[in-house]
Design a protein around this ligand. Structure first.
Ligand code: PEP
Ligand code: MN
Length: 264
């Protein structure tokens, strides 16, 4: 069902208020790795609006390698974020980690993100198939392109056709970067499916100074959007500071992506 053989025209996802993902539009989504508090949310939204971005990312349920790391503000953090974002006309993309969170998160979410550690959580995918909100599925940590497509198939066949695919790097033998961003996936996925394909260069390379290059490469590879991590003080971020851009770097990147997209 997610194949172009089944549906030739590219899928366009309408988040409402004129915000669309896919089919000829280029979407920029940015925000902190973790939602950290009201001040951070307000500062981020101000920065996004100044730069013409209307979709904000952020985690409130964080899948951390160590149980002692910050694991997110939870549902109260999401409600706080939502109240500010709605006021400001900003859409929310945030990770859902398990089935039991879907219902409580539902009113406050525009795009449910399925994280790389949950790409093959088939029960979660089944349940998201019953939801009438957009879902963005990240490629699994060691997942193949075909496995990502089968994960999408779970959600789509359950009845939810508002699906976005996200290349976020895979684990390889390479140690010079956090992950290996597989930009090969972009033209391959664009060819094989009608779904929008977004790239996450922050997790893909994992090193702040290189996020810029890989974002621009993603644009030229044909991505429908880029999602990246920003923070007013990246060194102070509660998670993933090493791959997070400050607002000045973010503004410069947004400018460059728009210029690059115009060349496509
Ligand atoms: C994230 O987006 O902050 C995240 C945890 O991503 P991934 O699932 O790709 O590691
Ligand atoms: Mn992160």
């Amino acid at each position: 069902l997610v194949s172009r053989k089944w549906k030739v025209n590219s899928t366009k996802i309408d988040l409402g208020d004129g915000v669309v993902i896919g089919d000829g539009s280029f979407s920029i989504m940015a925000g902190p790795c973790s939602i950290e508090g009201e001040e951070n949310v307000r500062a981020t939204i101000k920065h996004l609006k100044e730069n013409g971005v209307n979709i904000m990312r952020g985690g409130v349920f964080k899948p951390r390698s160590s149980p002692y790391s910050f694991r997110g503000m939870g549902i109260d953090g999401l409600k706080m974020w939502y109240n500010i974002a709605r006021e400001e006309g900003i859409k929310i993309v945030t990770e859902v980690m398990q089935v039991s969170q879907i219902e409580e998160m539902y009113p406050y979410v525009d795009v449910f993100q399925v994280g790389a550690r949950n790409t093959q959580n088939f029960n979660l995918l089944d349940e998201l198939g019953k939801v009438d909100k957009a879902v963005m599925i990240k490629r699994g940590i060691s997942g193949t392109i075909e496995e990502l497509l089968y994960s999408a198939e779970y959600v789509f066949s359950g009845g939810n056709e508002k699906l976005i695919l996200c290349e976020r790097g895979i684990r390889t033998y390479e140690k010079a970067s956090r992950n290996t961003l597989d930009l090969n996936a972009v033209p391959i996925l664009k060819d094989k499916t009608h779904l929008p394909v977004v790239v996450d260069p922050s997790h893909g390379i994992g090193i702040r100074d290189y996020v810029d290059s890989m974002s621009l490469a993603a644009v030229m590879a044909g991505a429908d959007g880029v999602i990246f991590e920003i923070h007013p003080l990246p060194e102070k971020a509660a998670s993933d500071g090493q791959q997070t851009l400050d607002f000045q770097q973010s503004a410069a990147l947004i400018r460059k992506m728009k210029k690059t997209y115009a060349l496509r």
